[in-house]
Design a protein around this ligand. Structure first.
Ligand SMILES: [Cu+2]
Length: 484
């Protein structure tokens, strides 16, 4: 007889492991007990988690908690450990990280480690119904993974719209040998200010799409944001990041928003981009950059212009008010200066990763063509599927075929966008190579925009490939990439 999803055995096991802060020996014993209690030969819906010997242990408790926005309101949100953004998880590359997640929410939940390769244990990727049974209210689950690759990453709920209730936080993996020098670092979490409960909105095709006049049908999307947050602060009470004259500061930028891409610039300073989605790139100096949902960039800023300068976070394709933080030199007086920002905006083609993705030279063993579109009446734009859905090749998840690949294959994915909106597409479990840059999330431009990326299938399991616009994901723009 087969054990079905939601089985009490899986749940009890997770609880025992969580309670068993007793250590590795205890964990092994749990696994052995399960296999020796007459359950042998049964098939679990999910792979059995494997546990190692952690270098770092964290505990995250997901619960309803008041969120107090600097410069804004307090409202009832959902948080990890009562904090928004959630507490930083930090490790050195290669370390084993254990995170015990306790669910005190009224709904089930999971946590995804965005950017972690999660090699060798699919169960730790945090996708409900795909890699694990979701964690029921009152239960806990023990996640473990090797901290790789190094860089700026983040974690967030992967259930429904929970990300937009603010279940998110930074995950920083320090590299052992940084390729750039810096004197200090700060992490900036960019996000929408959305005090109300998240829900899928249906925007009329004519509204909000600028220039789409005359279109019939609707685009399922996000509720309008009331503002732009940097580390939970609005411009009226902005987050401040210190810099010392003559020194270099590394800023880790994470777009944790559900539905908004941002353009980032700092008055009177240039941005030297040093890392994209974690891995190191040849430093390239620009004036501004755009960062899609789920993407990360690390930049180094030279402290050569004393003052208190705005870090400007401008929503792209959105009417939400801009965000602003402050780059504050020591000893600078109060107030905020006004300066200039140059016109060189980062393009993907500017980025060259120091370590290319291995094995992706030459022609691929398999090419997968995917088309992104809105369903229903938007079908006139080449899509299919029902109104109110976002689709990949006309299918809306979960009513969508898995993308099957084989271990060892060099896979090429070509994504074409038949909708007017941009879509930041995220692949779990792998970093891929797009042009000269290695990333895990890549924004496909609107209006027949196209991207192409390659990776070697070297991490067996079931991995999500999806749009990181939460409301596109929620309404179908998801596929499972499955090793067969
Ligand atoms: Cu999308």
């Amino acid at each position: 007889m087969s054990r079905e999803a939601g089985s009490p055995i899986g749940r009890r096991r997770a609880l025992q492991i969580g309670a068993g802060a007793a250590g590795v020996a205890g964990l092994g014993a749990v696994g052995v007990a399960l296999r020796s209690d007459g359950d042998a030969g049964t098939v679990s819906a999910y792979p059995e988690p494997e546990y190692g010997d952690p270098d770092r242990t964290y505990r995250l408790t997901a619960s309803e908690h008041e969120i107090d926005i600097a410069g804004g309101d307090s409202y009832d949100g959902w948080t990890y450990n009562g904090a928004y953004p959630g507490p930083e998880i930090r490790a050195v590359e290669g370390e084993r990280v254990r995170v015990v997640v306790e669910n005190d929410l009224p709904e089930e939940t999971t946590v995804h480690w965005h950017g972690m390769t999660v090699r060798g244990d699919n169960a730790m990727d945090g996708v409900p119904g795909v890699t694990q049974e979701a964690i029921a209210p009152g239960d806990e689950f023990v996640y473990e993974f090797d901290a790789e690759p190094a860089g700026t990453h983040w974690y967030h709920s992967h259930v429904g719209l929970q990300l937009d209730r603010e279940l998110l936080g930074p995950l920083v993996v320090e590299e052992r040998n940084p390729h750039v020098e810096y004197d200090a670092e700060h992490t900036l979490i960019l996000d929408e200010y959305l005090p109300e409960e998240p829900r899928v909105e249906t925007a009329d095709g004519m509204d909000g799409m600028g220039g789409m006049g005359g279109m019939e049908g609707s685009f399922p999307g996000a509720p309008p944001a009331s503002g732009t947050l940097v580390n939970g602060a609005l411009p009226s009470d902005p987050a401040e990041f210190e810099i010392t004259e003559g020194e270099r500061v590394r800023l880790r930028l994470i777009n944790a928003a559900a539905a908004t891409m941002y353009a980032v610039g700092i008055d009177d300073h240039r941005l030297t981009v040093t890392h994209a989605d974690g891995p190191a790139v040849d430093p390239v100096t620009v004036d501004t950059l755009e960062i899609g949902m789920g993407e990360r960039y690390d930049i180094v800023v030279e402290g050569d212009s004393p003052g208190r300068w705005p870090i400007r976070i401008a929503p792209v394709d959105s009417v939400a008010p801009a965000g602003r933080a402050v780059l504050a030199y020591e000893d600078a007086t109060d107030g905020i200066d006004e300066g200039a920002i140059g016109g060189h905006r980062l393009q993907y083609a500017d980025l060259r990763s120091l370590a290319p993705a291995p094995g992706v030279g030459g022609s691929p063993d398999r090419t997968i063509d995917l088309e992104l579109s809105a369903g229903g009446a938007m079908g006139m734009m080449g899509g299919s599927g029902d109104d109110g859905e976002w689709t990949i090749n006309g299918q809306a998840f979960p009513d969508a075929d898995p993308i099957r690949i084989q271990e060892g294959e060099h896979v090429r994915v070509r994504v074409r966008n038949r909708s007017p909106m941009r879509h930041p597409m995220h692949l779990h479990g792998h970093h891929f190579q797009a042009g000269d840059v290695v990333k895990d999330t890549i924004t496909v431009p609107g209006h027949m925009g196209q991207v192409e990326f390659d990776f070697v299938a070297d991490n067996s399991g079931k991995w999500l490939f999806h749009c990181h616009h939460l409301y596109h994901m929620e309404t179908g723009m998801v596929r499972i990439v499955e090793y067969v």
